[in-house]
Ligand binder design. Structure first.
Ligand code: SF4
Length: 161
């Protein structure tokens, strides 16, 4: 069971995301990084059974964490009306519907790099660290407070759910 964000942490996160939203280059950099990740994953060609289990966090036994700049990019798309805000946030990812991701083009880094294919374990960790460092660098480059927050906690804070 994850500890909820305190009101102070929620405020800090919302302020950091709002700040990042004011800088359009951040969204561009995040998008470029996602494209690079996509290329690397394509080279590795991991198996995906499309069971959707990895998005049902409790069932799978893992959690998705996101950074401030990713949240800003995602929240910016939501504000533009590219997808709707979740009505409820309970077990699993609120964006999974009928085993499919309804925000596939905008999904965070963790969703792009994780595959349950057991042969992917070795390179996943290495690539995660590599790209996570690049995400951190975006924070540094634009003076955005770096936060690393569980996905649903972040969504709750940003969407006030
Ligand atoms: S954003 Fe999409 S891929 Fe990521 S956990 Fe949610 S439903 Fe799954």
């Amino acid at each position: 069971m994850l500890q909820s964000l305190s009101p102070a942490q929620k405020l800090q996160l919302c302020q950091a995301v709002e700040y990042a939203l004011e800088i359009p280059e951040i969204s561009v950099r995040v998008k470029q990084l996602y494209e690079e990740i996509q290329q690397q994953v394509k080279l590795k060609n991991p198996r995906c059974d499309r069971s959707g289990r990895c998005c049902r966090f409790e069932e799978y036994g893992h959690r998705l964490f996101v950074t401030t700049v990713e949240l800003a990019a995602f929240f910016g798309h939501a504000k533009s009306g590219l997808f709707s805000t979740p009505r409820t946030i309970n077990e699993g990812c609120p964006y999974q519907v009928d085993r499919l991701c309804t925000v596939h083009s905008y999904r965070p880094f963790g969703c792009r790099i994780f595959f349950c294919d057991p042969t992917a374990t070795d390179w996943q960790q290495e690539q995660y660290e590599h790209f996570h460092l690049q995400l951190k660098q975006i924070h540094t480059d634009f003076n955005v407070p770096y936060m690393y927050v569980e996905w649903r906690q972040a969504l709750r804070a940003l969407f006030n759910r």
